[in-house]
Design a protein. Structure first.
Length: 128
């Protein structure tokens, strides 16, 4: 019962106090060497009435002091959460007698993320 109340309070605090961001990630590799990597983070300017579908608790081990700093310091962890939830991968291999060429692309669609920053931790909410 207490955990349900806690979860409801966390979701409510995300919608009232958390910042919403769009994350988009792309990585391209040629012959297993990264040739292009791009992460775009943009703040959502309008409020959303929807609730995040998945919540993740991230301890503030890097001692960040603001929501913006938290997002910047933990962007790799947030991208990892996004890629485990939804990502597209395309891979191709071309071979001839003397050469093998491999090309891979990993992409995430723009994903809405909610960040509720507290002093000791942050709650990351992923919308579907």
């Amino acid at each position: 019962m207490v955990s349900r109340i806690s979860l409801c309070l966390q979701i409510a605090s995300l919608s009232l106090f958390g910042g919403n961001y769009y994350f988009t990630y792309s990585l391209i590799s040629d012959n297993l060497i990264i040739s292009f990597e791009k992460l775009q983070i943009s703040k959502k300017m309008t409020p959303t009435a929807a609730k995040p579908n998945k919540l993740f608790h991230v301890p503030n081990d890097k001692n960040t002091s603001s929501e913006k700093e938290f997002v910047n310091q933990y962007k790799d962890e947030i991208v990892e959460l996004i890629l485990t939830q939804k990502a597209s991968v395309k891979s191709s291999t071309k071979m001839n007698a003397a050469h093998i060429a491999e090309h891979s692309t990993v992409r995430s669609l723009p994903t809405l993320i909610s960040v509720d920053f507290k002093e000791d931790f942050g709650i990351i909410g992923i919308y579907e």
